[in-house]
Design a protein around this ligand. Structure first.
Ligand code: IPE
Ligand code: IPE
Ligand code: MG
Length: 250
């Protein structure tokens, strides 16, 4: 058996390495429309969407973006037709199983954020396996938001903190941004610098409500299955033109 050579892409010349976002988040939207435009069932768009995500993960790694967080399924997405939801859960499970070996080879550390207890048991088993197996990998930090809702995340943090207060472990005055952040699903990950949303929608759809406070937002009309390296290059180029002021003046 011959090992597949790992071909790495170099950072395009017009992008500055020292001004790359450390953490990119992406709302992978437009799979259904992509399929509809081709007269295909929506699920075909989801299937193709997996290829886009693999491409983006690899591109982040090659170009030196340290963390990627992708929105795969929202708490509101349960409201879709049962067959679409079932397809997605099975797809996540299959992709995780198929990609684990490659993630190990490529030194990817995968994590999941969201209410994981609400996912099918067989998917949770694959998630646990992948998270545990990759936990010592030092390469790109890859986070998948599944059964994720920003409001739900904030509420579960509040409940955990309130319980600590009730037990007398902390005082209400101890609650500050640092403490609160530690109770979010993303405690170990940090805030995104750049949020990309495909399919032209100008909203964040309950994604990382707390963490996106100062992210730069980039929206492209391109549908997620068509989002490629050229598109990512454009997003990074736009990001590098931005002036991040964080409320201050120059
Ligand atoms: C995003 O694509 C994928 C998920 C939400 C799981 P959509 O399925 O939302 O595609 P559109 O927005 O209907 O085109
Ligand atoms: C956001 O896309 C959720 C994911 C990409 C997983 P949606 O398609 O669910 O968002 P809305 O309904 O357009 O706001
Ligand atoms: Mg959508």
């Amino acid at each position: 058996m011959t090992a597949k050579p790992i071909v790495r892409e170099v950072l395009p010349a017009d992008l500055r390495q020292d001004r790359l976002p450390k953490h990119v988040a992406v709302i992978m939207d437009g799979n259904g429309r992509w399929a509809k435009n081709r007269g295909l069932p929506r699920i075909m768009g989801h299937r193709r969407g997996v290829d886009s995500l693999k491409r983006l993960l690899r591109c982040c790694r090659d170009w030196g973006v340290g963390a990627l967080t992708a929105y795969a399924f929202s708490t509101e997405n349960w409201g879709r037709p049962l067959e679409e939801v079932d397809f997605l859960m099975t797809l996540f499970e299959r992709v995780l199983r198929q990609e684990l070996a490659e993630m190990m080879e490529e030194n990817v550390r995968i994590r999941f954020v969201g209410n994981l207890s609400g996912l099918p048991q067989s998917l949770r088993a694959e998630i646990d396996r992948a998270v545990i197996q990759t936990q010592r990998n030092q390469g790109i930090q890859f986070t998948v938001a599944t059964n994720y809702g920003g409001r739900q995340e904030i509420i579960q943090a509040c409940q955990a903190i309130a319980t600590q207060v009730q037990k007398g472990q902390i005082q209400p005055e101890d609650i500050d941004e640092t403490l609160f952040t530690r109770h979010l699903y993303t405690a170990e990950i940090g805030d995104p610098d750049l949020l990309i949303r495909t399919s032209g929608e100008m909203r964040i759809s309950n994604f990382l409500l707390w963490q996106l406070a100062y992210a730069e937002i980039y929206v492209t009309p391109t549908l997620w299955p068509d989002f490629d390296q050229t598109e990512f290059h454009q997003a990074l180029h736009a990001y590098q033109q931005r002036e991040r002021r964080f409320g201050k003046v120059r």
